[in-house]
Design a protein. Structure first.
Ligand SMILES: *[C@@H]1O[C@H](CO)[C@@H](O)[C@H](O)[C@H]1NC(C)=O
Length: 208
């Protein structure tokens, strides 16, 4: 890992651990681009694989401590994204329990005609009536409510998918990252951002 690290993005776990509904909020923001603060209030953008070449180097790793003992029943995963190039899938977020090697505790995956939240190792495709386009910003929120087992997916604030399925498990992890998945061709090519003045806890590893 050489070169300057760019401070990036994103926030994370969860509001109150005491409540049954725990939220994992993906609130992306980049404090530093090429080593320079964009400044408070500015919208900052983290880019992955701008040239479309799949590379392990485009990843932003969560730098805070994730406690695998902290189990989530319900989650919300949100982010702003702009897809550039498509590989076999575009996985922009991953929460992994490395001690049990459960790599799909929580994932956000994108295509153009469908999206997929992966929750506690349950993969559920969600076809989209209106296809996504590349080089366009969208805001997406995946939610799962463990009480009524509902999945709701919002794109730009509109409900685009609603299904009921009991994942039957809790969600936890000790490692989270943006821009990668288990296979290189499942990695993410595009931009992620969020204009939120939150503390920065991801670090973007630079491309070689
Ligand atoms: C989850 O579902 C229950 C039962 O329908 C509902 O009472 C609760 O408000 C839902 N939680 C959220 C955050 O929507």
């Amino acid at each position: 890992m050489e070169g300057k690290m760019l401070k990036g993005i994103q926030v994370a776990p969860v509001s109150k651990p005491s409540t049954r509904l725990l939220l994992l909020l993906l609130m992306m923001m980049i404090l530093t681009v090429n080593g320079q603060d964009v400044g408070k209030g500015g919208i900052q953008v983290m880019e992955f694989q701008k040239d479309g070449v799949a590379s392990w180097w485009t990843v932003a790793e969560y730098q805070g401590k994730l406690d695998p003992g902290r189990k989530m029943d319900s989650v919300t995963l949100c982010g702003r994204f702009k897809l550039y190039f498509l590989h076999s899938r575009s996985s922009f977020f991953q929460l992994w329990d490395r001690s049990l090697n459960m790599d799909a505790q929580l994932k956000g995956e994108l295509w153009l005609d469908r999206v997929r939240p992966v929750i506690a190792h349950r993969w559920n495709f969600q076809p989209l009536e209106v296809k996504l386009r590349t080089y366009r910003w969208y805001h997406i929120c995946f939610t799962y409510n463990h009480t009524d087992h509902r999945y709701l997916t919002y794109i730009d604030g509109e409900l685009v998918y609603d299904m009921t399925y009991d994942v039957g498990r809790q969600i936890w992890g000790d490692y989270a990252r943006l821009g990668q998945n288990e296979e290189l061709m499942e990695s993410y090519s595009g931009a992620l951002s969020q204009a939120r003045p939150e503390p920065c806890i991801f670090v973007l590893l630079p491309e070689k």
